[in-house]
Design a protein around this ligand. Structure first.
Ligand SMILES: *[C@@H]1O[C@H](CO)[C@@H](O)[C@H](O)[C@H]1NC(C)=O
Ligand SMILES: *[C@@H]1O[C@H](CO)[C@@H](O)[C@H](O)[C@H]1NC(C)=O
Ligand SMILES: *[C@@H]1O[C@H](CO)[C@@H](O)[C@H](O)[C@H]1NC(C)=O
Ligand SMILES: *[C@@H]1O[C@H](CO)[C@@H](O)[C@H](O)[C@H]1NC(C)=O
Ligand SMILES: *[C@@H]1O[C@H](CO)[C@@H](O)[C@H](O)[C@H]1NC(C)=O
Length: 448
């Protein structure tokens, strides 16, 4: 308790006067205090970005690696550049062999706010990128980079972390980000979760250096980050990233980030797959029309979120609203489409509007019985949605509703009949998905 109080006092006195320049800001972040909070016992000699990636081999060998004379050099140097003797010396430690697995750097992240991690957003990004820049092997090998930067600035933020955030991403960070992305020569998938208010700083910096990422085939940017699309000339898959960012807030000038995202696909001629959450307003025929206009060549589409605004729970079947058919009529203009993903049956506007969202109605034996009833209604609504798809888009090769893949039977090359995991065995299936369990083991029910 006392230690925490002292640390906080030190951080206030350090933080308040120092944000005028990047150097003092960085210095205040990099001082050992932060390390102490991040890792109370000691700083690992393994670069933090490698620990953050949570590769099972690192988790299993962390202690051994930390006993190496220089874990960073061992992990980061490119295999061919090491002499055999050096390799031998490094990998044989106390008689044990340490062989770096080839997929060690496949997936890296820059994330300051996932479970178990709580750091200031911009400083964490700067530190992780600096480590990556020093790690040639990671730059060469990384295939997937996931960026999620949560800036602690709002009133609900941890005030200590908020005190370490500069008001906007510093120039040095923007440059470093461009440098590192450019050096990731095998990068195929980029997930880009940067807040709506801040992402334009990256747009300006990346555009002014003509950033291009020719290896990237799969891009998942958050709202207002569609500027990345034109920077990836070989893009094949584009999807909305950044999670709930799509649902939150609005811009003063009322720009629709969904529309801008869709329209950006004009600059991705190799695009095969497009997926987006419809966000609060949901998918409408005019929005799907924009997809047809911007990327007529696509072969696969994911319409996630809801068709129109999400319907409110009523407790009874509200009947088919016609939304699904209206949307499919427009989707049908995509002449090369072979695959379609639709949201769950409570978001299709076919009459089922989900079970009660919260409360204790699903607790206990009676609660589970009720949950099975709601699950059955959801499954029946999925069947109804599936029938509409089959009737209107019989040329599709495959489709899903709420993540469940329809099992399609063809007749003369066209979809003739569709079955689901519960078809012909509803009671058995309901007991599988909502099993009889002791009352205290309450399992969360997801919307169907
Ligand atoms: C970026 O591209 C534009 C147009 O091709 C060119 O005028 C400009 O000099 C380039 N900038 C850099 C930093 O390469
Ligand atoms: C559909 O695919 C064919 C064959 O790849 C291609 O020639 C055609 O341009 C595509 N259609 C559209 C609308 O892009
Ligand atoms: C589309 O589906 C609806 C509902 O099942 C059906 O009434 C209609 O005939 C279908 N339209 C076409 C063109 O198949
Ligand atoms: C799909 O349906 C066929 C015919 O009804 C069945 O034989 C097959 O097991 C089903 N496949 C799956 C994955 O459910
Ligand atoms: C579709 O398949 C189900 C399950 O096999 C069957 O009960 C039903 O009669 C089939 N419907 C049609 C139109 O073939």
């Amino acid at each position: 308790m006392k230690l925490v109080a002292v640390l906080m006092l030190v951080s206030i006195t350090m933080a308040l006067p120092s944000f005028s320049s990047f150097q003092t800001w960085l210095a205040s972040f990099q001082q050992p205090l932060m390390n102490l909070i991040d890792n109370p016992l000691r700083r690992s000699t393994i670069p933090q970005f490698i620990l953050d990636a949570r590769h099972p081999w690192i988790i299993a060998n962390q202690r051994k690696l930390e006993r190496l004379p220089n874990a960073e050099v061992f992990l980061c140097s490119i295999p061919d550049t090491k002499s055999d003797e050096a390799k031998e010396k490094e990998t044989t430690l106390f008689g044990e062999q340490l062989e770096i697995p080839p997929d060690l750097f496949d997936k890296l992240e820059i994330d300051n706010n996932r479970a178990g991690v709580s750091r200031p957003g911009w400083p964490n990004a700067f530190e992780r990128l600096s480590e990556m820049k020093r790690c040639q092997r990671a730059l060469n090998q990384v295939k997937t980079l996931e960026v999620n930067i949560y800036v602690h600035s709002g009133k609900y933020s941890d005030w200590y972390l908020a005190s370490l955030e500069p008001l906007q991403p510093p120039e040095q960070l923007l440059t470093l980000f461009g440098d590192v992305l450019e050096s990731m020569t095998s990068l195929a998938t980029l997930r880009w979760g940067i807040g709506k208010e801040d992402t334009h700083f990256f747009e300006e910096a990346f555009k002014s250096r003509n950033l291009t990422l020719p290896s990237v085939k799969h891009l998942a940017p958050g709202p207002f980050s569609e500027y990345l699309v034109g920077m990836c000339p070989n893009l094949e898959r584009l999807e909305s990233g950044g999670g709930f960012m799509w649902y939150h807030g609005h811009m003063p000038d009322n720009r629709d980030w969904r529309l801008l995202f869709i329209q950006s696909a004009v600059s991705a001629p190799k695009l095969k797959r497009f997926a987006m959450v419809g966000a609060n307003a949901g998918w409408t025929p005019p929005l799907v029309s924009e997809v047809v206009k911007s990327m007529p060549q696509i072969e696969s589409i994911g319409l996630f979120g809801s068709l129109g605004e999400r319907s409110h729970y009523t407790g009874y079947d509200t009947g088919d609203s016609g939304k699904l058919k209206a949307i499919l009529d427009v989707v049908n203009e995509l002449t090369n489409l072979t695959h379609l993903d639709l949201p769950g049956s409570s978001d299709l506007g076919v009459g089922f509007n989900g079970g009660p969202g919260c409360g204790n109605v699903y607790f206990g034996k009676e609660g589970r019985k009720y949950r099975r009833q709601v699950t059955r209604e959801g499954a029946e609504a999925t069947e109804k949605g599936g029938e509409i798809v089959v009737a209107n888009m019989s040329h599709l090769k495959s489709f899903t509703i709420g993540g469940t893949c329809a099992n399609i039977t063809r007749y003369e090359g066209r979809m003739a009949n569709v079955t689901w995991p519960w078809t012909g065995r509803m009671e058995e299936w309901l007991l599988e998905v909502v099993p009889e369990i002791p009352d205290h083991e309450y399992i969360k029910y997801g919307r169907m």
